[in-house]
Each structure stands twice: as structure tokens, then as C-alpha cells.
Design a protein around this ligand. Sequence first.
Ligand code: SR1
Ligand code: MG
Length: 399
Amino acid sequence: MTQPSNFKLLTNETAIALTQKLGLIHTTDSLHCNEIGDGNLNYVFHVTDSVNNKGVIIKQAVPYAKVLGESWPLTLKRAAIEANALIQFRSYCPEFVPQVYYSDEQLAITVMEDLSHLKIARSGLINGDPFPLLSKHIGEFVAKTAFYTSDFHLEPSAKKEVARYFTNPELCKITEVFIFTDPFLEEHPGEFEPELTGAAQSIWNDAELLLEVAKLKQSFESEQEALLHGDLHTGSIFASDTETKVIDPEFAFYGPVGFDLGQYTANLLFQAITRPATEKEEIFTYLKDFMVTFEKTYSALWNSTNKSPYSKIEGYLSYVLTKFKGDAYGFAGCELIRRTIGLSHVADLNGIEDKEARIAAKTATLKIGAHLIKNRKELNIPAVIEVVKQHTVASYSTL
Ligand code: SR1
Ligand code: MG
């Protein structure tokens, strides 16, 4: 395929040369570089200096989706969107976002803070590592980014200008196809084990469910409530027991706040579903901490700095929060289903070695996903936890 004229894929050597040119690591020793990208779309170079134990990350987008191959061309603008989203988010939540040192739109490069002292949250959760502050931090991150980029904080023309910059049609199309379309329609190709055919068939034949998915897709495509991360799963978060950093906002766009809330919730739910009964409680706490922190932080911002002439009207904040949460459970349901019978599965489920247990966990995930989508407006976290217990504890409590 033809590449944009100034684009050149980095090598370990050119990544080191760029780090030296930018003067980011001062060392007398030579620098080392490894390509460590294991995501679906980009290359990631980790440049390190073993003497001072310093490092930087250089992320480079390629003009196609790595996971789909060169037949799915993809804009290089996503690198600039990612760099600028990181900068924007960091201005609201410096403690939860890595620092961007340099970016080059032509080469689709972002040079940023090395977070290798932290773990990807998904891998850590699968290992059973405790992240006592993770959900509180992510709740605060989503509340602050959702509030500060919305009409409740920005002047109308400023918000529209930011929304225009973050128009991200090609990355949104990936979500529209792989989250909201393919997993739900039999005629579209999906990826799943043959033992799940019956469960998938139940989804494809459920007209009530499909109507609700259509409404959620419409909301994703048309609402511009706030600047979203757009792909806030546990693989987009680095964490330790004290620190949390949100990475990879290349899917950032103006959309419904419930989408970020729902992505994170769903990816915690993979853990709630797959953990043995005795270890589920920890994840239930993460689910509660997340929503409680989100609501508390968002409400505090609303009460102190909301610019709307109606912000003090009784019931308005509650209306907005209820809308966000209903959307969140619906979007979470879509994410649960797409990671099970669509593209881009998760290690939480695929890593279960015992086939019977894996199929049971995936079947439960599909049922929970459908329940969340259909009942989203009546749900709260305790009700979601009950649904998880109903669909999992009895069926494979010995896992
Ligand atoms: C074609 S990309 C597949 C998925 O990877 C990204 O992380 C997003 O979740 C996307 O849907
Ligand atoms: Mg990503």
C-alpha cells in the first residue's frame, strides 16, 4: 500500500537516534531499544539507558490497523489525536496521565514518559495483583475529563472547536463496526469457538436486544457530551498499588460520557465473571468504588463550577447522572459481547485454559451483556453484581 510521503517506520536504531536528538536521556553509556507493542494498531519502542535506569516510550502509528492488516487503511492523524488528548487530559488530571515530551504528526510519533515501573492493569488483575486505588483514580479521571470538556464548563464556541479537532471518524468507525455491529448480526463475520454458536444465535435472534443496541449505536454516533478517551479498557491503563496512568487515547472523540464509564465497567466485569467465587468480592469493590468516585467527583464539579444557567435547578444533576449511568450499563453490555464473539478478545476470558470453564465463562458473559443492554435504565452497581452472581457462581464456582 502507498504510505504518506513523509512517513517512515522507525527502527530500534532510529528510535535511539531520535531520543538522543531530543536530548531526553543524558548518558555516557549507549542506549538500548526494544519494540514492545502488543496492541492492535501501533508500534511501541522502549528506549532505555541501563546506567541511570532512565527510559522513554516512542509510540508510532502505521497507516493501517496492525491487527487487521494492510487491507484496513487507517489515518495517521490518530497519533496527533492521541498526543493532544493526552495533553488535554493531563491538564485536568496530571496525576493520571503520562507526560508527552514530543510529537511529530508527519511521522505519527509520540514520545512520552516511560511507565515501565507500572503494570498494565488487565495483566495485573488477571494475576490477582491488588490495585486498591485503581477505580478511585479512574472514577476521578472520567469525572474530571467528562466535566471539564463539556458544555457545563467550556464556552459553547470553544467546546465546538475542540470537538471539531477531535473528530475521529476512522477510529470511531472501528468501534461502530466491531462493537456495535458485527457481534450482533449473524451475516457479519465474528470470531468465536464453535461451542458458543447457540449463545451467539440467541443474541442474533433477539429483536428486543437488537433494538436497544441500535439505540446505543445511535447515541455513540450522534451525542457530543464530552471528550472521551474512547477505548478505556484495562489494557489502556498502567497501575501499581499507589499509581494509575491512563494511556492510548487514540480513539478520543466527542461522544456520550457513558461510553468511557461503560468500557471500564465492562472490563472489570470480565474479572468479576472469571474469578472464583471467593475472589469476586475484590472486583465488586472496584466496581462500586469506580461509580461512587465518578458520581462524587462529577457532582462536586457540577456544584462548584457549572456554567449552565440551570445548574441549580432541582433534579438537573440527578437527570444527567442517571442518563450517564444508564448509557454506561448499555455500552458495558456491548463491550462484554464484542470481546466474546467479535474481534479483539480479552485475556481474562481467553486465558482460561480449561475449555469447559472457558465456554461457561463466555456464555455467562454473553448473557450478562444482553441483560445489561436491555435493563440498563433500571440498573445500579448492586443490581449488576447480582446479575454476575446469578450467571456465574452456580455454573462454575470451583474455578
Ligand atoms: C481493530 S482494533 C480492535 C480494538 O483494539 C482497540 O484497542 C479497540 O478496542 C478496538 O476496538
Ligand atoms: Mg489501544
